[in-house]
Structures are given as C-alpha cells and as structure tokens.
Design a protein around this ligand. Structure first.
Ligand SMILES: [Ca+2]
Ligand SMILES: [Ca+2]
Length: 109
C-alpha cells in the first residue's frame, strides 16, 4: 500500500487515493446482497496503521420485468374463444411479488 493512504481489499469496492473516496468497481445488486461490510486500513507516512469498518446498504430499485421476445403459439382454425394460446414467459428481477403483480396488455400501436 502507498504510504499515507488508505486501502481496502474488499471487492467490489476500491479506494480512490486522489479523491480519498470509496468507489465501486461494479454495480451492486440489491437482490444478490443488500448489505456489505468492509474494512478500510489507514496508514500514515511513518507506517502507523489503523483500521475502520464501514457498512454499505444497497437500496432496492424497481427494475422492469423481462419477457421472452418473439414467443410463438399455434392454434387450430375455428377454435372457440377464449381458447388459451399459451402462457406468457415473464420474470421480474425484483422477485416473486413483482411477478405476481404483472399485468399484461396488447399494444394497440
Ligand atoms: Ca430491484
Ligand atoms: Ca420490478
């Protein structure tokens, strides 16, 4: 480590020495882990060190649902309404609650 700086080995975080800031290497995923705990080490130019623990809380963002594009269904002619053509394969990154609340509509445009 550089003398007089601070570091952390905890991914996905890193320390920007110029800004003296804790930064992310990559985006965090609330659904994977909503809390991170990491240790920063601070060292002065004479080699004296201290450590401190930081807690990072990841706030949930409502992400849009995902639906398999270009799904195909076959139906015999003269089938009476409302025949089921097939189920729509859809998911939501936010979990089962959001999947249960999905509403479908045919785009009239
Ligand atoms: Ca989310
Ligand atoms: Ca969602």
């Amino acid at each position: 480590m550089d003398a007089g700086g601070f570091t952390t080995a905890d991914r996905p975080f890193f320390v920007d020495q110029d800004e003296r800031a804790l930064r992310l290497r990559e985006a965090l995923d609330f659904e994977a882990s909503s809390h991170h705990r990491l240790t920063l080490e601070l060292e002065d130019s004479a080699g004296a060190k201290v450590q401190a623990t930081f807690n990072i809380t990841v706030l949930n963002v409502n992400e849009p649902p995902a639906v398999t594009d270009d799904q195909s269904y076959d139906v015999d002619e003269n089938e009476g309404a409302p025949v089921v053509l097939g189920s729509v394969a859809a998911t939501d990154p936010d979990g089962a609650t959001d999947v249960a609340g999905l509403t479908f509509a045919i785009d009239a445009s």
